[in-house]
Design a protein around this ligand. Structure first.
Ligand code: SAH
Length: 416
């Protein structure tokens, strides 16, 4: 998702003064001066017509509190919309909305114009949400007294994505949530403060060692605090080993990666079938050819058709038409170097999980369970081999790296 080169925010609120201050300082002030963002705050009461400039009323059906009336809001939106081009994407800040996170910030920063409607009291008349709002956004699972602070928070987070707002463009690269990792710990002078020294490596002046230390800290920190993020992170074998070490040997079940003669091989323990022949295939693939078990899928070819054909041709498994249960495609659009940050050629990853009902070939019929290890080559070339086990049940199939890595090495050795 590409951020806009500049974003206009229109804010509709009954407390316009609250926006003075936070958006007039520091990074936000500079971004506004440089025209990278424009923030126009509108007082909702300008669109009221009574002496008391009323914006709220009692809720139908009774109950505590007041509700924001629809008329001034609709009038205001209709007046604000034509003030600039294009029409704004209208956001209502609400604890009932989609939770604001890095992905949503990115989505929002792809809009050239956002209109933030700020709720107060018990909220707004439901018809506003139904007919005038594109998206409801929450800042977290708690309630604050009004949407002004949530709106400022959103503006700040979205503005940071606009190129140039942070000055040194580099400062975004290793920020928390980049590459699905948290940031490394930071230190400044003095080198020793109250007997607490800064880690030696940071004083060494050895740039590569500093980079390595930071990368490792990012990984360990993310694993300790936000293991959920790691699922999206692209890690090298060495990095996986760091993590495995820190957790006593268990990290990323089912994944292994080895370099042989300059070729990176990835293995995912990906195929598990029960006696009924239900197979889950999980692939990591490159840019131009998507690989399926034992074969290839060309771009544009229907995944289900190719799966059926490849299963039959390459793995000698009978997959009859209609037996494919479903096909899941996950496209991770980020760039990732296979062999480490800053090294090697970047490749785009697509992950495809295919859930297939297949008939196990006769020679394996006795085996109630089989276990497949995939071998993947570079971004373009893949090979796959199955290994079959007579394991008693699925639970006994161990997919931890400690188990998978030696198997992968044995398979690679056998190929030489
Ligand atoms: N009665 C409402 C909460 C009203 S709080 C409910 O229970 O859902 C008043 C206003 O503050 C809301 O309309 C909303 O605009 C804003 N607000 C409160 N909590 C928020 C949150 N977590 N995220 C975004 N906006 C919030």
């Amino acid at each position: 998702m590409t951020p806009q080169s500049s974003i206009r925010f229109d804010v509709l609120t009954i407390f316009p003064d609250m926006f003075r201050g936070p958006l007039d300082q520091s990074i936000m002030a500079r971004a506004r001066q440089e025209g990278l963002i424009d923030v126009q705050v509108h007082d909702l009461r300008e669109w009221t017509h009574d002496r008391h400039r009323t914006v709220d009323d009692y809720p139908f059906g009774g109950g505590a509190g007041m509700v924001m009336k629809p008329e001034p809001i609709f009038e205001a939106l209709e007046a604000i919309r034509p003030l600039a081009e294009p029409a704004p994407y209208v956001v209502f800040m609400s604890p009932q909305g989609r939770r604001l996170d890095r992905a949503l910030v990115d989505e929002l920063s792809s809009h050239p114009r956002l209109l933030l409607l700020c709720g107060r009291y018990e909220g707004v008349d439901e018809r506003v949400l139904q007919h005038a709002v594109d998206l409801e956004v929450s800042i977290g699972d708690f309630v604050v007294s009004g949407a002004e602070i949530p709106a400022m928070l959103l503006i700040d987070a979205v503005a940071r994505r606009v190129p140039g707002v942070l000055g040194g463009e580099g400062s975004l690269d290793e920020e928390s949530f980049e590459g699905a990792l948290l940031e490394y710990p930071q230190y400044t002078r003095p080198a020793v403060f109250r007997d607490w020294p800064v880690p030696d490596v940071l004083l060494s002046g050895h740039h590569a060692e500093v980079e390595k230390w930071r990368r490792r800290e990012r990984l360990l920190r993310t694993q300790a605090r936000r293991p959920d993020l790691l699922e999206q992170a692209q890690l090298t074998p060495k990095e996986r080993a760091w993590l495995a070490e820190a957790t006593g040997g268990v990290a990323d079940p089912g994944f292994a990666q080895r370099e042989v003669d300059g070729v990176i091989f990835q293995a995912r323990v990906a195929v598990v079938a029960c006696a009924q022949g239900r197979v889950l295939l999980h692939r990591t693939v490159g840019d131009e050819i998507w690989s399926l078990p034992g074969g290839r899928l060309r771009v544009g070819e229907a995944l289900a058709d190719a799966a059926r054909r490849e299963m039959q041709e390459e793995a000698a498994m009978r997959v009859r038409p209609g037996e494919i249960l479903w096909v899941i495609e996950n496209f991770f659009e980020f760039q990732a170097a296979f062999d480490g940050p800053g090294e090697g050629r970047p490749a785009r990853h697509h992950e495809i999980g295919v859930y297939i009902e297949a008939t196990v070939p006769p020679r394996f019929e006795e085996q109630p369970v089989f276990f497949g290890a995939e071998l993947a080559g570079t971004a373009r070339e893949f090979a796959l081999e199955f290994r079959w086990f007579g394991a008693a049940d699925l639970a006994s199939v161990d997919v931890r790296p400690a188990v998978v890595v030696p198997r992968l090495e044995a398979l690679l050795e056998a190929r030489r």
